[in-house]
Design a protein around this ligand. Structure first.
Ligand SMILES: CCCCCCCCCCCCCCCC(=O)SCCNC(=O)CCNC(=O)[C@H](O)C(C)(C)COP(=O)(O)OP(=O)(O)OC[C@H]1O[C@@H](n2cnc3c(N)ncnc32)[C@H](O)[C@@H]1OP(=O)(O)O
Length: 170
């Protein structure tokens, strides 16, 4: 029996961190990898909350860095399930930054889409509850996630076909 559906709002959550000198790259701004870790953490939390059990990152694509992040920024990563398949889920993450000690509107600094796959006790993919979009925005995100899913599968197919035709693997 398939698991019962869950609304988008049920699993959505946020993670926040203040950036310190330990988070910088050689240019003095915050390393992109630090933001990616925060994104993977919050998306993983949302995926596991939605799936009701363990879920692993299968892919992270369209990670966009919009503005540099600085030491002393309070960074918030907001995540939600955009779309569900049979065993996989697309999680969308929006990252914003604000000064830790001043009241200013948060600036969008990054965005990403990740695919998580739920695992059963045998370590194999297991069915996830279908996400039930509630608002027009949820429905728009769901439709756009389906377009990304189609492109991901088409890209994978095309690469496999190219390999079968004898092009060398890198
Ligand atoms: C100081 C304060 C700290 C606070 C801190 C808090 C942290 C609080 C939260 C922590 C949260 C952490 C979260 C971290 C999460 C990890 O870090 S997980 C570690 C990294 N990831 C891994 O190790 C995964 C390794 N990969 C695998 O195990 C396998 O490839 C997978 C992903 C299970 C897929 O297995 P498979 O046999 O290929 O599966 P298959 O049956 O072919 O496909 C299953 C589904 O996956 C989809 N799929 C498979 N591959 C892909 C792909 N590459 N792209 C897209 N979809 C795919 C298929 O389309 C299919 O979807 P459905 O049609 O069923 O919906």
């Amino acid at each position: 029996m398939s698991p019962e559906g869950r609304p988008t709002s049920a699993a959505q959550t946020s993670l926040s961190r203040i950036m310190t000198a330990l988070d910088t790259n050689l240019l003095g701004t915050v390393h992109g990898g630090v933001i990616m870790k925060l994104v993977d953490d919050v998306a993983g939390a949302v995926a596991q909350r939605h799936a009701g059990g363990p879920a692993v990152t299968a892919s992270m694509d369209e990670m966009t860095f919009l503005e540099p992040v600085h030491v002393g920024n309070l960074v918030h990563a907001h995540a939600r399930v955009n779309w569900t398949g049979r065993t996989s889920m697309e999680v969308g993450v929006r990252v914003v930054a604000e000064p830790w000690n001043e009241v200013k509107p948060p600036t969008p600094v990054a965005a990403a889409y990740l695919v998580f796959v739920a695992l059963g006790p045998d370590g194999k993919p297991r069915e996830v509850p279908p996400v039930l979009p509630e608002t027009d925005e949820d429905r728009r995100r769901f439709a756009e996630a389906e377009i990304r899913r189609t492109h991901r599968l088409a890209r994978r197919e095309a690469i496999l076909r190219s390999r079968e035709q004898g092009h060398a693997e890198v």
